[in-house]
Structures are given as C-alpha cells and as structure tokens.
Design a protein around this ligand. Structure first.
Ligand SMILES: [Zn+2]
Length: 75
C-alpha cells in the first residue's frame, strides 16, 4: 500500500510513500510553507504497486517488434 498526502492549503502533494513517511513529509511541508497552520488536507491511498512499470510494457513490446522488422528488412 502506498500513501500520498495532499496539502489543504496549496497544490502540494507528497510522493507515494508509506503512511508514516508520507505523513512526515506533509508535516515538514506545513512547517516550511504554511507555518502556524496545523497539517490538514487529504490522504490518497494506492493499493496497487505505484512503480508504474506495467504501463511501459506495451510500448516496449512495440519498440522491440519495430526493431525486429527493421533488422529483417536490411537483409
Ligand atoms: Zn501547501
């Protein structure tokens, strides 16, 4: 599970981290950018792997296919 905290005062959002790490980043953001305001905003939870590598696979497949085609044409 990955957690991302959204700032309630501006458009800032933390990276996808563990719940405690994300919360800490949010608190640090408030301390530097919104001093005097208690940390608020909302939390976004991602149950999937946030690496996003799956989205690149079809593109990689097309690229490999294209390279094979290009190589076969040269012969
Ligand atoms: Zn902010």
């Amino acid at each position: 599970m990955a957690y991302r905290h959204w700032c309630g005062e501006c458009g800032y959002k933390t990276a996808w981290l563990s719940e405690s790490q994300s919360e800490e980043q949010q608190i640090q953001h408030y301390a530097t950018h919104h001093p005097g305001i208690p940390p608020g905003g909302s939390v976004e939870v991602n149950g999937k792997d946030p690496s996003g590598a799956v989205g690149c696979l079809p593109m990689l497949g097309i690229l490999v296919l294209f390279l094979i085609l290009a190589a076969s044409c040269r012969r």
